[in-house]
Design a protein around this ligand. Structure first.
Ligand SMILES: Nc1ncnc2c1ncn2[C@@H]1O[C@H](COP(=O)(O)OP(=O)(O)OP(=O)(O)O)[C@@H](O)[C@H]1O
Ligand SMILES: [Mg+2]
Length: 250
């Protein structure tokens, strides 16, 4: 039965700041949705809310026919939702293999050794298998984090700026990997990806959801979003910092 990840009327406040208001979003399996918006527009807060790291005060989140609103993150993970963080969160003193084992055990449905071998191979991490995660180059750490998330065979995968800090080759490689996750012959999962590199978003995504100051500004195909006046204004109206690499809407 096809499953859907559904976010309805989600709102989240941090003391005086309305970080999200009334956000609706629906992600299907085998779909790649881009989540974009200027700095501070609520992208990470939305991912944190969906994955149970934060609890919204209004609205609901469901996976398939299961209402997971208010659930803890580990319980949501076992239902088939995996995520990565804006800055890599690995067990830096554990080896690559140990980090992968922990990801697989989060789902606890698979033979761990076989799965670790498959992940090492698929993500080209064999050479570093016995190295401590903290000693890896940054690009490899990011790759390991994604491998760990995918290791639980998720049905939905939320990626918060997975290409941040990667060079052009590494980003291209990542884009191909992400396409593979969506492929029904592979994981067939639904993917929500936050990314400031809009050229990458336009190439990768079936649909794009745009947030601005915690509200949905637009949602649609990459082409529709790119030519949406309000979206262009929201981007042009903000001053960009050095971390906003490649933000031009071209
Ligand atoms: N734990 C928190 N406590 C208070 N305010 C927070 C907290 N987390 C986020 N915020 C605020 O909520 C707003 C949305 O932040 P969020 O991190 O979701 O934005 P973002 O779209 O991911 O930005 P960026 O592109 O810089 O990663 C910002 O104004 C931020 O300062
Ligand atoms: Mg963020």
């Amino acid at each position: 039965m096809p499953k859907t990840l559904q976010v309805k009327k989600l709102s989240k406040r941090f003391s005086g700041l309305q970080a999200l208001s009334n956000v609706n979003l629906q992600l299907e399996k085998e779909e790649i949705m881009g989540l974009i918006g200027p700095n501070g527009s609520g992208k990470t807060t939305l991912i944190n809310s969906i994955s149970g790291v934060l609890h919204p005060e209004a609205g609901s989140i469901s996976i398939g026919n299961m209402d997971v609103t208010g659930w803890k993150s580990d319980k949501i993970a076992r239902l088939g939702l995996a995520r990565t963080f804006q800055t890599a969160r690995l067990f830096f003193s554990l080896t690559v293999i140990e980090n992968l084992e922990l990801g697989i055990m989060a789902a606890s449905r698979y033979d761990v050794d076989d799965k670790v071998d498959e992940l090492l191979n698929r993500f080209g991490l064999e050479r570093w298998a016995m190295d401590r995660a903290g000693t890896l180059a940054y690009g490899l750490q990011r790759r390991l984090e994604i491998a760990r998330a995918v290791g639980s065979n998720p049905e939905f995968l939320l990626l918060d700026e997975p290409a941040a800090g990667l060079n052009e080759d590494e980003s291209e490689n990542l884009l191909q990997l992400i396409r593979g996750f969506r492929d029904p012959a592979g994981l067939g999962c639904g993917i929500l990806i936050v990314e400031h590199d809009l050229a990458m978003i336009m190439r990768l995504c079936d649909r794009v959801h745009v947030l601005n100051e915690g509200q949905t500004l637009a949602e649609g195909s990459p082409e529709a979003v790119r030519s949406n006046h309000a979206v262009v204004e929201a981007y042009m109206g903000k001053r960009y910092t050095a971390s906003d690499h490649g933000s031009a809407l071209t």
